[in-house]
Design a protein around this ligand. Structure first.
Ligand SMILES: [Zn+2]
Length: 316
C-alpha cells in the first residue's frame, strides 16, 4: 500500500533559538528539536544549522515542504528575509533559495506574526472563520490578517503592521520613528510603562506582586493587581483596554472580520481583559458592525509559529 502521508517540517526562527518540528498531514507533531543560536553569528551559519535540523528532525521521511517563520521584514513571495529585527546581521538573506537548494524541497518563509496568524486560522482559535484578524499584544503588537481564507501579504508581504498604525499623532515616539503608534499605548510594554509612571507618585500592589516572585514588573503583575482592585492597576488596565479596543475597532472597519483572535502575553489575562475589551470595542465600532465578529483568546501556545509555518503547506 502506498503511503500517502504528507510530511512537512515547520521552523520557528527566533532571535536566540531555533525550534523545528516534523508534522503529519493532520498537523500532529511527530518529532521536534530546539537549538540555541547564540554562538552562530552569520546568516550562513544559522541557515546551515536549520538545514541540519530539517535533516535530523524529519527522521528520513520524504518532505512535501519546509515552512519557516522568521522575525523581521520578510518578502514571502521571494522567500527573502530583508531585515531581521532580532537577527542583527541579517540583510537580504535568500532563505528559500539557500535552504531549498540544499534540501531539494520547496521552502516557504513568512514573518512570525503572519505564521502565528495562519497557525491560529488553520489549527487554533480561528478555525472555521473566513475572515480573521489576529493580534498579539506582547512586547510590541504583531498582527496577521486572513481574508477569504487566504493570508493577506500585500505587494511586498508587509501587510498587517497594525501595531504601527498611528492613533495619536502627538503621542510618544515609537521605535519606527513615528509618533503615537498603536503599540505605544496597548502593548505589554506600554502597560508596564504606564504602571511604572503612576507608581512614581502612588503606592500600588503591583510592586509587591512582582517582588514576591523576584520578577521584574510586567503587564502580568498589572493584571493581577487589577484583580485585587488595586487603584493604579485598574486605571492602567482601563486606559490600555480603551486603546486596545480602539485599534481593534479600526481593524473591524478595515477588514470586516468575523473573528478577532488575541494572542501574546497580555491575552493570558483572561477574564480581566476579554469582557472589558469586547464591551469597549462594541462602543467604538459603527452600528452595522455590531454582532458581526467575535473576540476570542488564541488557542495555540508556544508552538503557534511552528504550527503556522508547517500549515503553509497543509492548510491551503
Ligand atoms: Zn511605530
Amino acid at each position: 500500500m502506498q503511503n500517502t502521508e504528507q510530511y512537512v517540517v515547520g521552523i520557528d526562527l527566533g532571535g536566540t533559538k531555533i525550534a523545528a518540528a516534523l508534522f503529519d498531514s493532520k498537523g500532529e507533531i511527530l518529532n521536534r528539536e530546539r537549538m540555541e543560536t547564540a554562538n552562530a553569528r552569520t546568516a550562513e551559519e544559522v541557515v546551515q544549522r536549520m538545514i541540519d535540523m530539517v535533516r535530523s528532525v524529519s527522521l528520513g521521511h520524504p518532505l512535501s515542504g519546509v515552512g519557516l517563520a522568521s522575525p523581521g521584514a520578510v518578502n514571502s513571495k521571494e522567500g527573502i528575509v530583508l531585515h531581521g529585527t532580532n537577527l542583527p546581521e541579517w540583510e537580504n538573506v535568500p532563505l528559500k533559495k539557500w535552504m531549498g537548494e540544499a534540501l531539494g524541497v520547496e521552502v516557504q518563509v513568512v514573518n512570525d506574526a503572519n505564521a502565528a496568524a495562519w497557525g491560529e486560522y488553520v489549527r487554533g482559535a480561528g478555525k472555521r472563520s473566513e475572515n480573521m484578524v489576529y493580534v498579539t499584544f506582547s512586547t510590541g503588537i504583531g498582527a496577521g490578517i486572513v481574508l477569504d481564507g487566504k493570508l493577506l501579504l500585500g505587494t511586498t508581504s508587509f501587510a498587517g503592521e497594525l501595531g504601527h498604525n498611528i492613533i495619536e499623532p502627538n503621542g510618544p515616539e515609537c521605535i519606527c520613528g513615528n509618533k503615537g503608534c498603536w503599540e505605544m499605548f496597548a502593548s505589554g510594554t506600554a502597560i508596564r510603562n504606564s504602571a511604572l509612571e503612576l507608581m512614581r507618585s502612588r503606592p500600588s500592589a503591583i510592586a509587591e506582586l512582582a517582588a514576591a516572585r523576584n520578577e521584574a514588573i510586567s503587564s502580568k503583575h498589572v493584571f493581577e493587581a487589577c484583580m485585587q482592585e488595586d487603584a493604579v492597576a485598574v486605571e492602567v488596565v482601563d486606559h490600555a483596554v480603551y486603546y486596545m479596543a480602539l485599534g481593534l475597532a479600526n481593524a473591524v472597519h478595515t477588514f470586516n472580520p468575523d473573528r478577532i483572535v488575541i494572542g501574546g502575553g497580555v491575552s493570558k489575562a483572561g477574564d480581566q481583559l476579554f469582557p472589558a475589551l469586547r464591551a469597549q470595542t462594541e462602543k467604538l465600532v459603527m452600528k452595522p458592525y455590531l454582532g458581526t465578529y467575535t473576540i476570542v483568546p488564541a488557542g495555540l501556545q508556544d508552538d503557534v509559529g511552528l504550527i503556522g509555518a508547517a500549515a503553509l503547506f497543509h492548510g491551503s
